[in-house]
Design a protein. Structure first.
Length: 193
């Protein structure tokens, strides 16, 4: 009996191992697919084309926002990230940038310009996805209006950031980074489990 119990136990462990392996790879595929879809949406938005169809397709394909929002993670974690080789986490970097200790020098502006514009563009695209009713219903049934407002704040902060970076104005960049980052943390603290 003892031996049999051990075999059952080992089999259960193996089963669990295989299960988590497949779960992991499905997850990664989903994140990859979401990242491709978000980048395509950014491209279409930049061209000023009609993006409704793309947003509808994304909303239909992804039941959760996690794989979509994953683009903010560093590249080595499967996101897009920012900085050299995407080593930095966009969410953390933008959060720090708005803080009182962060000095936004002309050199930093020059170094980060493209990355910050990209972060703004990604955020506009993700806000346009997150504002869809399906996600509001999934995550914010109790207060749909609040959810929608956070997606508006996110869009506005992203627009401000893009404009500020283009004007190379350090104070405006810090202010826009603060506003954009606030939209993330506000929504997360209310609606992310
Ligand atoms: C309107 C609400 C809302 C806004 C605004 C929002 N998020 Fe999220 N975010 C969520 C929710 C909800 C989840 C959890 C999704 C899940 O687990 O299914 C999430 C998940 C994430 C994740 C996935 C990993 C994790 O930590 O859970 C990252 C990264 C992320 N958000 C970054 C951001 C950043 C950066 C911004 C702002 C630029 C932002 N989000 C703005 C609602 C929001």
């Amino acid at each position: 009996m003892k031996r049999r119990a051990a075999i059952t136990f080992t089999a259960a462990l193996l089963g669990l191992g295989f299960w988590s392996l497949t779960a992991l790879s499905a997850d990664d595929d989903e994140k990859k697919a979401a990242q491709e879809a978000v980048l395509k949406l950014v491209e279409a938005m930049n061209k000023g084309g009609d993006v409704k169809g793309q947003i509808a397709a994304i909303t239909q394909k992804f039941d959760e926002l996690e794989p979509i929002m994953w683009v903010y993670k560093p590249k080595k974690k499967g996101g897009i990230g920012m900085g050299p080789n995407g080593v930095d986490d966009i969410e953390l970097t933008i959060g720090k940038m708005g803080g009182p200790k962060y000095k936004m020098t002309p050199k930093k502006i020059a170094d980060l310009k493209d990355d910050l514009i990209r972060a703004g563009e990604l955020s506009k695209a993700i806000a346009a996805i997150a504002e869809q009713d399906k996600y509001a219903q999934n995550y914010a049934k109790k207060d749909l209006a609040k959810w929608k407002n956070y997606t508006k704040d996110m869009k506005k902060g992203a627009d401000e950031l893009i404009q500020a970076v283009k004007s190379e104005n350090a104070d405006k960049i810090k202010k826009a980074a603060t506003n954009l980052s606030k939209s993330c943390t506000d929504c997360h603290s209310d609606f992310r489990e």
